[in-house]
Design a protein around this ligand. Sequence first.
Ligand code: 5GP
Length: 134
Amino acid sequence: MATIFTKIANGEIPSYKVAENDEFYAFLDINPLTKGHTLVIPKHVEDDYIFHLDEETYMGLCAFARKVAQAVGKAIPCKRVGVAVLGMEVPHTHIHLVPLQTEGDLDFRKPKLELSQEEFVAIAASIRAAFEQN
Ligand code: 5GP
């Protein structure tokens, strides 16, 4: 059975898309730690542990995440874009990209932001625009 993230990449479940190519898909985390918190996934490989990916998919995912992170950093005022891989909840490899002001912003135990649909739409549009400029 397809994972929830495969359904998102296929458009069967809605998401706030920020970037896409044939192999990879990036979208806003629905429970963000900070504004611009983005998830990057491989579309065709669901393996739930990043270090079990074949090397080509792993390297491609990292390269795509790097480009997305550059766009996140341009679109969202922050000191750094933090990177995390947890996979404790969704069994489909994904990289978290989190705009940071302090290291505490990457604490996944913190309460998540509650954003309106309009805010999600605006954030995704600004990251998408920065991605497309690159
Ligand atoms: P992890 O598996 O890395 O521990 O956590 C999964 C992440 O995916 C969480 O940050 C959670 O908010 C996010 N997430 C779970 N379900 C959905 C969903 O349906 N849509 C989006 N956009 N994010 C999700």
